[in-house]
Design a protein around this ligand. Structure first.
Ligand code: F6R
Length: 614
């Protein structure tokens, strides 16, 4: 969600900025822009839509910009004001001397804008960001020092921001700062890179500095000065990034999403290595820092997450309650933070997030931490803001996920929940030994079973084509796979824009059944086990209303052939592990429908990979 880049050094800046923005495209955006420091003045170029439009806009200026070695860039995901050229960043003050890019939301921008307009500032855009440009420029007019002006201005700003700022009168100087929004500085030889996320800098350097909230860094080709909000000098901490640049290639797949779906067997293998050796050995989960006595006596767990991670959390609840007998509440972070929650030092709070930067989840985590709860974070980004808040950190190690629609990070979150639930069950002795062994052995077989599904994906592709012209889609399931129905529907919605909904099948007759007729596809996630027969009856009810019935099943029951128009078969698996197996065809189904409809699979409209605003 919005991405900023910046560079100051000795190399031509334009390609560095454009390439950096391209690496951030996965975050989701609808316009873009750059500001380049030229010998006479800073020049700004912007475009609506994809980065290719910005490249076109820049093409006639390539020669004059070729020697510039400092600049900032931005991809914008519209919050205040439509995705137009005027609203695209960078934004400038009245005279154009000061230029900024911003990621985040300024909550008090209306008051600030009124005040600044009264002082003669003329606003060109509808954005909250332009307020910051005018505010800093106004203060700069008085103090004549960019760093100081930034420090004074940010004290007046409420909300979230990562900012990268240049001024015509401050030669070779980039000023950056942040609060509740991600920002990383890459340290090179006689150069610094700035970005919202590591992919934009990793091919240039592995040495990085993460700013903490309210710190201000002043960068020139040779120096970095780090200060707190009051100007007190601080010592920067340089970290070595655990990333490889090759991770961002499609490796021959048409889309990142398809590649990431195919990576899932290896993702599970990587997670299990070192944690689960054989079905008879205990789970090793040293990442959990809660002492064993406390774990044994834990009487409440809360899990907070958003979107796909929330669905992983719902399955996490199911298995922790089943394996360990500990009550678990799951809540959408955006709801959790605006009510009086009962959390204290006796509650284990688990935050689940692919990006580790989701604003609502981060706020919820901070609230629970302030109330004394132990914070366990399950994330794919051990370098994220959430990871830094964690008392216990379980990195899910799925590798960077580029496609906006989460696939491998979801499967990695689920695998981590299985390990956690089994680990706690062993400590609590809450599960019979043979059941533990069966589940561990089942976990070890998952990668191979997913490979079997991927090897027969043509059947799913055929099914996707058959149903791709539908306007609506219903997914039904019961028990542990109800969240799978929600996640299957979410995937389809996100990338194909078909109105898909997941229901607990028992709820169909309490309302949604009114929607059913011969145009409505209903997909039943029919895994063998405790609710199989019940779900079969619910599917009969849908069939009796002429719905177009699809089964996703691991049963070879012949009566399914009469009930369903299309059957997708997956390998046998213990019911408690079936959410992982059931999800793979649903990811493929969403992918093939969207691909068949010609949608922008990896960057669906309106969506952002890292949702850094509340
Ligand atoms: C769906 C998707 C989103 C995210 C949600 C939370 O494919 O990716 O629903 O799951 O925005 O993001 P994280 O997991 O980064 O906290």
């Amino acid at each position: 969600m919005c991405g900023i880049v910046g560079y100051v050094g000795k190399k031509p800046v334009l390609d560095i900025l454009l390439d950096g923005l391209e690496q951030l495209e996965y975050r989701g955006y609808d316009s873009s822009g750059v500001a380049i420091k030229c010998p006479d003045a800073i020049k700004v170029y912007k475009a609506e839509g994809k980065l290719s439009n910005l490249r076109e806009e820049l093409a006639p200026h390539a020669y004059e910009l070729a020697k510039s070695t400092m600049g900032i860039g931005h991809i914008r995901w519209a919050t205040h004001g439509a995705p137009t050229v005027i609203n695209a960043h960078p934004h400038t003050c009245n005279c154009g001397n000061l230029v900024i890019v911003h990621n985040g939301i300024i909550e008090n921008y209306k008051e600030l804008k009124e005040e600044l307009e009264a002082k003669g500032c003329v606003f060109k855009s509808q954005t909250d960001t332009e307020t910051i440009a005018h505010l800093i420029a106004n203060i700069y007019g008085e103090v004549k020092d960019l760093t100081k002006a930034v420090q004074l201005a940010t004290k007046r700003i409420q909300g979230a921001y990562a900012l990268c700022i240049m001024h015509n009168d401050e030669k070779d100087k980039l000023v950056v700062t942040k609060r509740n929004a991600p920002l990383v500085i890459g340290v090179g030889e006689h150069e610094f890179y700035v970005a919202s996320d590591v992919p934009a800098i990793i091919k240039h350097t592995k040495r990085a500095i993460y700013l903490t909230d309210n710190q201000v860094a002043v960068l020139t080709p040779e120096t970095m000065v780090l200060q707190d909000e009051n100007g007190k000098e601080l010592t920067p901490k340089v970290e070595i990034l655990p990333w490889e640049p090759v991770a961002l290639s499609k490796m021959g797949y048409k889309h990142f999403m398809l590649k990431e779906i195919h990576e899932q067997p290896d993702v599970i293998r990587n997670i299990l290595v070192g944690k689960l050796h054989t079905s008879n050995s205990p789970i090793i989960l040293d990442e959990v820092k809660v002492n064993k006595e406390t774990l044994k006596n834990l009487n409440r767990i809360q899990v907070i997450a958003c979107g796909t991670s929330l669905h992983a959390a719902m399955i996490g609840k199911y298995i922790i309650e089943d394996f360990c007998g500990i009550p678990v509440d799951v809540e959408a972070s955006s709801e959790y933070i605006y009510r009086k929650t009962v959390t204290d030092e006796h509650t284990l709070v688990i935050g689940v997030s692919q990006s580790g930067e989701t604003a609502d989840t981060l706020t919820a985590i901070k609230q629970s931490k302030a109330r004394g709860s132990h914070i366990l974070i399950i994330t794919n980004r051990p370098d994220s803001a959430m990871a830094r808040e964690a008392d216990s950190l379980i990195p899910v190690s799925a590798g960077i996920e580029v496609s906006v629609a989460a696939t491998k990070s979801y499967i990695a979150q689920l695998t981590s929940f299985y390990l956690l639930a089994l680990y706690m069950a062993e400590i609590k002795s809450s599960m019979p030994a043979d059941k533990l062994t069966e589940l561990k052995s089942g976990l070890l077989t998952l990668p191979q079973k997913i490979e079997q599904i991927l090897a027969h994906k043509e059947n799913i592709q055929k099914c996707a084509r058959k149903y791709s012209s539908t306007r609506d889609f219903i997914y039904i399931a019961r028990g542990i796979n109800y969240p799978t129905a929600l996640e299957g529907a979410l995937k389809l919605k996100e990338i194909s824009y078909i109105n898909a909904t997941g229901y607990p099948a028992g709820e169909l007759k309490h309302g949604p059944i009114a929607m059913l007729d011969e145009t409505m596809p209903v997909l039943s996630i029919l895994m063998k086990g405790s609710v199989y027969e019940k779900l079969l009856s619910n599917s009969e009810e849908a069939k009796a209303r002429n719905a177009r019935m699809i089964a996703l099943t691991n049963s070879d029951d012949e009566k399914l052939d009469d009930l369903f128009d299309y059957i997708i078969r997956v390998p046998e698996i213990e019911e408690l592990l079936s959410p992982i197996i059931a999800m793979i065809p649903l990811q493929l189904m969403a992918y093939y429908i969207a691909e068949f409809l010609g949608k922008d699979v990896d960057q669906p409209r309106n969506l952002a990979k890292s949702v850094t605003v509340e």
